[in-house]
Design a binder for this molecule. Structure first.
Ligand code: ADP
Ligand code: ADP
Length: 228
């Protein structure tokens, strides 16, 4: 069965904005899905609802079978979220940042696992560096390491390459590719078609709060008349 089950989800903010309308989607374990849409489409709202950070107006979300509203604690353990903004403790060392996040989830220390995460993100050599000493790309990778600290089954990347240059964008694609090979389920948002095509197995097109279509990437690119 699907690791994430979204049924008839809707969200209307107090301001009256309908950010999500009747969104249904199943996400399988191990797949990489891109939510593609312009600014204001509802992508961040969708991710925030799935992660239990925003309460939906209607519908249900299950993560690993746990209802996000009634069984939030269990669901949350399965989820790692990389937010859009870079927020790191400037004077904290990389290794300690990741250790600390594990603690937030009530997980005991596991430095062997943290080493594995830092190595897979090419951060092991920087483990004793303070985060303020790192480049922008490294900081983004530290955010991913923090999101992976408690061994989630699903990783959410909200606009992982927003405002970064081409080189850094490629670097992020490679990071996602490495995580894919480790079997992590990934849900990312983007407003770049090229990025969705490069990273995802499946693309969901979202606009005005509606999930307009969900297709395997190869099929969708075929419809646009492009080679994949
Ligand atoms: P809720 O449904 O949670 O009551 P509100 O509409 O009351 O949502 O807004 C919650 C918070 O989000 C408020 O602090 C508000 O200022 C802020 N906010 C309102 N509109 C937007 C927007 N378009 N984008 C981001 N934040 C917003
Ligand atoms: P995206 O991530 O695709 O840019 P969002 O989910 O951030 O889209 O926003 C969807 C819609 O909901 C937009 O119209 C946005 O202004 C509105 N919105 C987002 N957050 C809030 C909030 N906290 N309060 C009120 N409106 C919001």
């Amino acid at each position: 069965t699907a690791i994430i089950q979204i049924e008839n989800l809707s969200k209307q903010y107090g301001s009256g904005t309908k950010a999500l309308s009747d969104v249904s989607l199943d996400i399988q374990e191990g797949e990489i899905i891109a939510l593609l849409g312009p600014n204001g489409a509802g992508k961040t709202t969708l991710i925030s609802v799935i992660c239990g950070l925003v309460v939906p107006t209607g519908g249900t979300v299950r993560v690993g079978g746990h209802d996000i509203r009634t069984d939030w604690r269990a669901a949350r353990k399965l989820i790692g979220l990389v937010p859009q903004e870079i927020a790191l403790e400037p004077f904290e060392k990389v290794m300690n940042c990741v250790r600390f996040t594990r603690g937030l989830y009530g997980e005991g220390p596991d430095d062997a696992y943290i080493e594995q995460v830092l190595r897979s993100l090419a951060l092991w050599d920087k483990r004793d560096a303070a985060t303020r000493e790192l480049s922008g790309g490294m900081k983004r990778r530290v955010l991913i390491a923090k999101a992976l600290a408690h061994r989630p089954k699903v990783l959410f990347l909200d606009e992982p390459t927003a405002g970064v240059d081409v080189a850094l964008r490629r670097e992020m694609w490679e990071v996602v590719d490495r995580l894919r090979r480790e079997g992590v389920t990934i849900i990312l948002t983007t407003h770049y078609l090229e990025e969705a095509e490069e990273m995802a197995d499946r693309i969901g097109v979202i606009n005005h709060g509606r999930l307009l279509l969900v297709r395997p990437t190869s099929e969708l690119m075929g419809e646009f008349g492009r080679k994949t």
